[in-house]
Design a protein around this ligand. Structure first.
Ligand code: NAG
Ligand code: NAG
Ligand code: NAG
Ligand code: NAG
Ligand code: NAG
Length: 331
């Protein structure tokens, strides 16, 4: 039987062993299928359902009804935004999420990812790529608004996420458009100093591959929706400002190998769907530069990068590529 789990759901394996009934510490697991530990979180945090396999203790302050946020972020401290700061607006799924709430503390000097405290609520319970690139591999001061949400698909009407509370890429873009896009004082970005990144697709493909029909044509439907959002980010609501020198980074879906739903029978089908998606994504991404004047596009190939690691994990220091988490050697 096909299990409707995904790469994302593997977060359940990233549990931290807790004493049976003592409260669970911040960011640790507090529930999910097979969870035998405590479901009570330490004070100031709330056991938050992320998917059927994984609930996590997330600081209460960072949990808001962000889906309906319509106002600009309100800083609780005066925002010393340097004119030299660069701005990164990020969208995606569990690979990227840090559990940032747009209505909480905004990114600012000393707290470049805003809320929650670094590294935020990540799937691996430690810094993820966006954490590292914001504070460690940065060549300038970067303030990062990370709208990514674990389990996200491109649009819930096309590929329903595992639970309706997941904010899809469409929802995330709308959060941005109704908030930071209006350039509040705390985010005085311009087209010259802004980077937009989108890493999305794996949940769409793992959760929507089984309907009958032409899977490769369906990839076009998904990518049409994806790039309509890219255009919305760059044109519709942001006339003039974003059209020059605004950078987009997009990433294809990662490779296979981490998904328990892949049996030896489904994996080849899914793999060909992913490869088709990635090929089409690359064409559309490179076309963007010609259709959106002034926009520069970069594509980072996570599929190739992941496969390189999965082919020779020990060369990269990994001892177990069938699970991930905070313990040493896990993917
Ligand atoms: C990189 O980001 C950190 C954290 O915001 C900041 O302290 C540091 O100055 C930045 N590096 C450069 C080269 O700007
Ligand atoms: C964007 O670039 C085009 C062509 O280089 C130029 O004509 C236009 O004035 C620029 N727009 C803005 C808002 O800078
Ligand atoms: C898939 O794996 C099962 C059990 O490991 C095996 O019995 C079956 O023959 C395999 N099917 C294919 C198509 O390789
Ligand atoms: C990409 O651009 C080429 C050349 O302009 C065009 O023929 C093609 O239809 C475009 N493809 C997509 C998917 O936009
Ligand atoms: C990797 O982790 C899985 C899940 O906990 C476990 O079943 C498996 O034995 C581990 N493999 C290695 C090589 O440690």
């Amino acid at each position: 039987m096909f299990k409707t789990t995904s790469v994302f759901a593997l977060a359940s394996l990233a549990s931290i062993i807790n004493a049976q009934s003592s409260p669970v510490s911040v960011w640790a697991q507090c529930g999910g299928i097979g969870w035998a530990g405590s479901t009570t979180c330490v004070s100031g945090t709330t056991c938050t359902f992320l998917n059927a396999c994984f609930s996590q203790c997330i600081p209460s302050a960072s949990i808001t009804s962000s889906a309906s946020a319509t106002s600009s972020p309100t800083p609780t401290s005066s925002p010393p935004v340097s004119s030299a700061a660069n701005f990164w607006f990020s969208f995606g799924d569990s690979y990227t999420q840090t559990a940032f709430s747009p209505s909480g503390n905004p990114p600012q000097i000393g707290q470049p990812l805003g809320n929650p405290p670094y590294p935020g609520g990540t799937t691996t319970v430690g810094p993820n790529w966006i954490d590292f690139y914001t504070v460690m591999f940065n060549n300038s001061l970067i303030l990062t608004w990370n709208y990514a949400y674990g389990g996200a698909t491109i649009d819930a009407s096309l590929a329903p996420p595992f639970t309706p509370t997941v904010l899809s890429l469409t929802d995330q873009v709308n959060e941005f458009l109704s908030g930071t896009a209006t350039k509040p004082v705390v985010a005085s970005w311009t087209s010259e100093n802004a980077l937009f990144s989108i890493w999305i697709g794996i949940n769409d493909l793992t959760w929507s591959w089984w309907p009958t029909g032409d899977r490769l044509a369906y990839n076009d439907v998904l990518l049409d929706a994806d790039f309509a959002l890219v255009e919305e980010l760059s044109i519709d609501s942001l006339p003039h400002s974003m059209q020059n020198h605004t950078d987009f980074v997009s990433s294809p879906s990662p490779g296979l190998g981490l998904d328990p739903s892949e049996t030896n029978e489904t994996a080849p089908i899914l793999q060909s769907v992913i490869e088709d998606f990635n090929t089409k994504l690359a064409v559309r991404a490179s076309n963007l530069s010609s259709t959106l004047a002034g926009v520069q596009t970069f594509l980072w190939d996570s599929y190739a990068a992941f496969n390189q690691i999965l082919d020779d994990p020990s060369a990269f220091g990994f001892v177990n590529i069938t699970m991930f988490g905070s313990a040493p050697g896990l993917f």
